[in-house]
Write a protein that binds this ligand. Structure first.
Ligand code: PAF
Length: 282
């Protein structure tokens, strides 16, 4: 597995790869890799001729300095996992190298950045778009792999690709869960063992909704019930629970026949912010 640390080396190596491989698969990450990330890498390895993974904790997408400072970093374990998963190249740039001659990339988000996560983390999605556009431009992949756990991010990346007219197929990959049902996330590392178990209540309650919700129901009653169940647990504080359209992310108030909707939630477990979602088909 090749390890590339500078933009200059990546550009040179990418030129050499041109014409040698037809499909370059790309998985952007912020490191602290877990099985969820590895499932994306494995999918890329299976579907592409050559897989590049970036490991870069992007400062621009953290709206709170403390969140950035506390973001888990574990490069040696990341490299072992990537080597084992069949990744061909890891790109691990420094922030100055990414941003020294690049200010960012503007798109019309069509409002996708203002709701849910955007409301609680102002500027976050602009930071994501800035780095992903830059990485796409350097890596020049044919396919790029993103997890469905960050559902809103996925919708925004698809919008970036269409707004910037990029010829990149965005492949969305299912959420990988711990045995308890808790969605895998690098942030889970910051939970105590006890809270990790408590946090699995998030998915359990989402499954209750999936079982009970039916055509004709008002979604707000389910959202209220989810939030009040979370509030009853000492260490949990719900931020939002919404039911929305999978592409437009517009809120859906009433469950109609033949519709797909996504239940997206964000809950603070002590000071660790956890997000999750499930797709409901009626
Ligand atoms: O999902 C993430 O880990 C990040 O938002 C991404 C896409 C790697 C951009 O920094």
């Amino acid at each position: 597995m090749e390890i590339i640390k500078t933009v200059e080396d990546l550009v040179a190596r990418r030129e050499e790869l041109e014409g040698v491989y037809q499909t370059i698969g790309f998985v952007p990450t912020m490191g602290a890799l877990h099985k969820g990330h590895i499932s994306l890498v494995e999918k890329s390895v299976k579907e592409s001729d050559y897989t590049i993974v970036s490991v870069f904790v992007n400062p621009k997408q953290f709206n709170e300095q403390s969140d950035f400072d506390n973001y888990p970093v574990n490069y040696s374990s990341d490299l072992k996992l990537l080597e084992y998963s069949g990744c061909d190249m890891v790109f691990m740039p420094k922030s100055d190298d990414i941003y020294s001659d690049y200010d960012g990339f503007e798109i019309d988000f069509g409002g996708l950045d203002k709701v849910y996560e955007g409301e609680f983390r102002p500027g976050h999605f602009q930071g994501v778009v800035d780095v992903v556009y830059r990485l796409f431009d350097l890596v020049k992949p044919q396919k790029s792999y993103f997890g469905q756990k960050d559902f809103q991010q996925l919708a925004i990346i698809k919008r970036l690709v269409s707004e910037a007219n990029l010829k990149i197929e965005i492949v969305s990959c299912p959420i990988v869960r711990e045995d308890s049902g808790l969605a895998m996330s690098s942030r889970n590392e910051r939970l105590s063992n006890e809270n990790r178990l408590v946090a699995s209540e998030i998915y359990r309650e989402m499954q209750v909704v999936a079982t009970e919700m039916k055509i004709g129901d008002s979604t707000s009653l389910f959202a209220e019930r989810f939030n009040s169940r979370m509030e009853k647990i000492d260490v949990m504080k719900p931020e939002y629970c919404i039911f929305c359209h999978p592409d437009s992310l517009q809120k859906i108030k009433k469950v109609e026949k033949n519709t797909v909707l996504v239940m997206c939630v964000a809950v603070l477990c002590t000071n660790v912010r956890l997000i999750d979602n499930i797709i409901l088909v009626f």
